[in-house]
Design a protein around this ligand. Structure first.
Ligand SMILES: [Fe+2]
Ligand SMILES: [Fe+2]
Length: 265
């Protein structure tokens, strides 16, 4: 994985971020406002409002490479920014921030005790399903500040999902995983499970805005499939590059050392 490319991506993504128009007239009222307030309250805690770092008990070994640690820090910095945006949205909706929620505590406990591979997989699942949540809010919520906030978060989450794809493609090369049908089946099932956990807590808000159950699950299924297909393509391209670059690199090294391929090493 080209970590320096990811550092550049996050640095570039930090600029040109138009602040949502928090002072625009509120286009929400009654039951919709109440349900959305509850939903944003939980998201403000869950999306960057908790620990802004990996918390798995064995994370230190994974983070031993400084460039990777820098990329992970930049990723969590954006998550922290999501919490700030959601906090401002919550104020606009007349709500107050919460400090804990059973689903968040359970999620953090599992991330901590089940190890780094579980944590990364769980965070990827969360990225995909929360991306769907924000896209549905963007589509159905008529409020200008809500849309402005969703635009920023959707843009960031698109990058986070792409980062996880690069990470998995590189790991697949190292451990020989080709992301075949069995892996894809488990990935889709995990996506549906993570989506259901989100839906249990946020269904009321999205339905009040005009979304439907079928639309949510269709979107989850579609985005999980898009991820699988893009990961396979990226993995294949990486493998192809490695297979074709390795002999060329070996030839270049041999020439530099004054050893021609014909003479052998
Ligand atoms: Fe986020
Ligand atoms: Fe994210």
């Amino acid at each position: 994985m080209n970590l320096h490319r990811w550092i550049k991506h996050f640095e570039k993504n930090g600029s040109h971020r138009p602040e949502p128009d928090w002072n625009a007239p509120l286009a929400l009222s009654g039951r919709t406002l109440k349900k959305l307030r509850q939903s944003i309250q939980q998201f403000q805690l869950g999306d960057g409002g908790g620990p802004a770092s990996l918390i798995a008990w064995n994370r230190d070994e994974y983070l031993s490479e400084p460039a990777l640690k820098q990329v992970i820090d930049l990723w969590f910095k954006e998550e922290r920014e999501h919490s700030r945006l959601l906090g401002d949205m919550l104020k606009r909706l007349g709500g107050e921030e919460i400090k804990s929620h059973w689903s968040f505590e359970l999620f953090c406990g599992m991330r901590k005790y089940l190890g780094i591979q579980f944590e990364l997989a769980a965070l990827l699942g969360t990225e995909i399903v929360s991306h769907v949540y924000y896209k549905m809010l963007r589509k159905h919520g008529g409020d200008p500040a809500l849309r402005g906030m969703c635009d920023l978060i959707i843009r960031d989450e698109t990058g986070h999902i792409a980062f996880h794809r690069s990470r998995l493609a590189a790991e697949g090369i190292r451990n020989g995983c080709r992301y075949g049908w069995f892996w894809a089946l488990r990935f889709r099932l995990r996506g549906v499970m993570a989506g259901t956990v989100l839906w249990v807590n946020h269904r009321g808000a999205l339905l009040a805005l005009g979304a439907t159950d079928a639309e949510f699950y269709r979107w989850i299924w579609r985005d999980a499939n898009l991820f699988i297909h893009a990961l396979r393509r990226q993995s294949l391209a990486m493998r192809h590059r490695l297979e074709h670059d390795a002999p060329a690199r070996a030839r270049r090294t041999a020439m530099t050392c004054g050893i021609t391929p014909e003479r052998g090493i």
